[in-house]
Each structure stands twice: as C-alpha cells, then as structure tokens.
Design a protein around this ligand. Structure first.
Ligand code: ASP
Length: 263
C-alpha cells in the first residue's frame, strides 16, 4: 500500500502545522511519499512565502533592495525550524539563495525556493529523504510535462524509500527551473502518485473535502462523499479552490483515487 500525501500552503504555514503533519505521517506507514507547498498564510492578513518571493523578484527587476522582504522569508523558515527543533542548518540554503540573487535571477527559479526550503525542512523533520523536484519532474521548452521521463526518474529515485519532494516546479531540458501556474503543487502530487502507481493520492488543505456550497456563504455545507474524475475536473476548473484543475488528469489516467483531506 502506498499513499502519496500532498500538503498545501495553509497546511505548511507554521510550526504547529508541521507538527500536525508529522502526526498524520506517523499515523499511517503507507504515507511514504510527501509533496509539499511553500508556507502559506497563517491568518487572513499574513503573506504567502511564494508571494514574498515574487515580490523579491520584482524588487530585483527594478533595482530596489529586497533585503527586508527576503528577511521575512528567512524568519518564517527559521522560526519553523526552531519551534519544531529540527536539526537542519536552513541558514545555509537561505544564504545560498541570497547569494544567487541578481537582476538576472529568473522568476521561476526564485519562486520555486519556497517549496524547496519547505521540503528540506519537512524531510529533516520526518526523517525522510529529500528528493529535489529538479531531479525528476521534467518539462519541455513549451512547459509541457515530459510524463514518461518524469515518471521513470521518480520511480528510480523513490524506489520504496520514504521521501519528501517539493511541489510546484521542475526542470527544463537545459537545467533551468520551470514552475507550474500558481497552486501547481497539486499537479506535482498527482504526477508523483501516478508515477509510483500509488493506491491513493491524498490532497491535504485547510478545507474539509469538497463541500456542496461555499462555506463563506452557506453555514456548514454538507461534504460531497464521492465525485467522478470529470466532475472533479469541472468543479476544480470552476474555482472551488480545493484542487488545481490540471491535477486531475494524471491520477485519472491511472485510476488512482484522490482523497481531499483537511489538516
Ligand atoms: N506555492 C505555490 C503557490 O503559492 C504553489 C502551491 O502552493 O501549490 O501558488
């Protein structure tokens, strides 16, 4: 039995969420492959790490110093590391990213670092191996996923091991980082599940499954128990905010059940 568990930004937002994830992973040994988003918002007025990274990029483009914004990113990940007492020198990764910043830094490369850092921390916390998305998720120059090559690479790298891999990005044929559209870690999770012939793809968010109505409008709407893949695709495309619409196809192709779950 293999479950691929993907955790979204809100599920990765702070140390308390990391602890919840560790409990979730430890409660079921078949959760051997974990896909993570960058830290999301801790509250309504908070910032997503990915937004801060794009903001850094914009600063660099305009020649404006981005130290203050970059420091906010460092503070978030260092706080998670310290509060969870994770034995991992995240400062080394942060320093390497900082050193690499210039007006020539690509938006995709910089934006991808949120997931990269989150996966490094989560791998150390869980005692799983870190597998960089750059080492398996391959795109062509048009941004299409090279599915067969990506699946083969992940099969070799995962090989029955317990791994954490970052969502949202992969690699172009020339080695540069390429990202999916926003919310694309869902697609990474689905591809990982398909690649490894998982029994289940679990998509963990702050929303308790797919509800019959928008909970911001209707009080306590009933959860929808089962959906067909086409229905899920349609609802995702309509903006239910539970799943990226492109995340349905990979698991659909291999008839892998997708379980939305909330942490
Ligand atoms: N971190 C990226 C975003 O904010 C990707 C994701 O979370 O799925 O869009």
């Amino acid at each position: 039995m293999l479950k691929v568990a993907k955790f979204g930004g809100s599920s990765m937002a702070d140390a308390g969420q990391y602890q919840k994830i560790r409990d979730i992973i430890r409660s079921d040994p078949s959760r051997r492959v974990v896909v993570v988003s960058a830290a999301g918002k801790r509250s309504a007025g908070d910032n997503k790490i990915t937004d801060l990274l794009y903001l850094c990029y914009a600063h660099l483009q305009y020649g404006v110093n981005c130290d203050a914004v970059f420091q906010m990113i460092c503070d978030r990940y260092i706080a998670i590391r310290d509060e969870c007492a994770i034995d991992y020198p995240i400062e080394d990764d942060l320093d390497a990213i900082y050193e690499s910043l210039s007006a020539r830094t690509s938006a995709d490369e910089l934006a991808s670092r949120g997931e990269y850092l989150a996966a490094k921390l989560m791998a150390a916390y869980l005692g799983f191996s870190f597998v960089d998305a750059k080492s398996w998720l391959q795109f062509d120059y048009a941004g299409n996923v090279l599915q067969e090559a990506s699946y083969a690479a992940l099969q070799t790298l995962a090989d029955g091991r317990k791994i954490v891999t970052p969502g949202f990005y992969g690699v172009l044929p020339d080695g540069r980082v390429h990202t999916f559209p926003r919310g694309g870690s869902d697609i990474t999770g689905s591809l990982a599940a398909a690649a490894l012939h998982a029994d289940v793809y679990e998509n963990w968010t702050d929303v308790p499954g797919i509800l019959a109505a928008d909970p911001k409008i209707v009080k306590r709407p009933a959860p929808i128990e089962t959906l067909s893949y086409p229905e899920l695709q349609l609802l995702s495309a309509a903006g239910t905010q539970v799943l990226h619409e492109s995340a349905v196809a990979p698991v659909r192709e291999r008839q892998i059940p997708l379980h939305p779950a909330s942490s």
